[in-house]
Design a protein. Structure first.
Length: 82
């Protein structure tokens, strides 16, 4: 227990009113995600890119899983399609 090489416990919080979700590790806010790709990028920037975002037990998804981004999915597709 308490092994320093352990990965931190990551929490993807419930969607805010705009559909974005805070990503935290302990008391530290790693970033705000608007899409699953953002979560992957936030973890990469935090040097945690070896975590399998959609399947890892290290990530706690609150208020919905990796596919739940209310109000943002259509908006996200429009930007990538243009």
């Amino acid at each position: 227990m308490g092994n320093p090489t352990q990965y931190p416990h990551i929490v993807v919080h419930s969607p805010a009113l705009d559909g974005s979700r805070r990503v935290t590790s302990g008391d530290a806010v790693l970033g705000v995600a608007s899409h699953l790709d953002d979560v992957v990028e936030i973890l990469r920037l935090a040097d945690l890119d070896r975590i399998e975002v959609e399947e890892s037990d290290l990530i706690e998804w609150q208020g919905g899983g990796p596919d739940d981004w209310p109000g943002l999915s259509e908006h996200h597709e429009e930007h990538h399609g243009a």
